[in-house]
Design a binder for this molecule. Structure first.
Ligand code: ADP
Ligand code: MG
Length: 227
């Protein structure tokens, strides 16, 4: 099996003035293509910091990150942005949709940055909305959609570039439990369709949908087991 994510002794410090605050203290991890992984751990344990590094939104202070065979740990920002836009879909707890745009327009946004023409943008946005079961809501704006539908739109937006890796940081954190289950089932479908999915949650019953659970504590992996 190919590793899509290969982490070796990842370190991350934040700085308060000149004082280094170590947050990730040597994280080594391999995630293979088509896995479905839940990252768990107490608040402040470094989950979001790790996800931002995995998503090429931030770079580690030390250690090595090889994504799809490319060492991205010391890549300059512009190259890193290309990797991010080409290979990664990111879903946040705050859905981050633009309220003035329709669902389809929100989903098509990453394609504007990728320089895709308008007709193809809308076609691909519709395809992604279909993947999340929302093709009939394409012309609705956020205020006409439920919380679960809005998160589905955000997931469609993360999928529209056909990323090999889908990352989600507490994607059900703002959803009620029934809607959370629907969103987790959607991630299962996405994984079964061939994507690799890594998501953060601190709810055990939500993590139960994943095939593997990695637990972080105080910047280190505490356990890593199949579910
Ligand atoms: P989690 O997602 O597991 O709750 P985070 O990765 O967000 O944890 O944060 C880990 C630690 O790093 C926390 O102590 C947090 O306060 C600190 N931290 C996170 N982001 C920053 C930042 N940009 N600057 C300084 N400290 C930060
Ligand atoms: Mg977090």
């Amino acid at each position: 099996m190919n590793s899509i994510i290969h982490l070796e002794q990842i370190l991350k410090n934040y700085y308060m003035g000149t004082q280094a605050i170590p947050v990730l203290k040597g994280v080594s991890l391999d995630i293979h293509q088509n896995e479905y992984v839940a990252l768990m751990g107490p608040s402040g344990s470094g989950k979001s910091t790790l996800m931002n590094i995995l998503g090429c939104l931030d770079t580690p202070t030390g250690g090595k990150y090889v994504l799809n065979g490319k060492d991205v740990s010391k890549m300059p920002d512009d190259e890193l942005a290309n990797v991010r836009n080409g290979e990664i879909g990111f879903v946040f707890q705050q859905f981050n949709l633009l309220p003035r745009l329709t669902a389809a327009e929100n989903v098509a946004l990453p394609l504007i940055y990728a320089g895709v023409g308008k007709k193809e943008r809308l076609e691909r946005a519709m395809e992604a909305l279909k993947q999340v079961g929302l093709e009939t809501r394409s012309h609705h704006k956020s205020n006409e959609l439920s919380g679960g539908q809005i998160q589905r739109v955000a997931i469609a937006r993360a999928l529209v570039n056909n990323p090999s890796l889908l990352l989600a940081d507490e994607p059900t954190g703002n959803l009620d439990s029934k809607t959370s289950v629907e969103v987790m089932e959607l991630f299962s479908q996405i994984q079964q369709a061939g994507n690799t999915v890594v998501l953060v949650t601190h709810e055990e019953d939500i993590a139960a949908y994943a095939k593997r659970i990695v637990r972080l504590r105080d910047g280190l992996i505490e356990s890593d087991r199949l579910n």
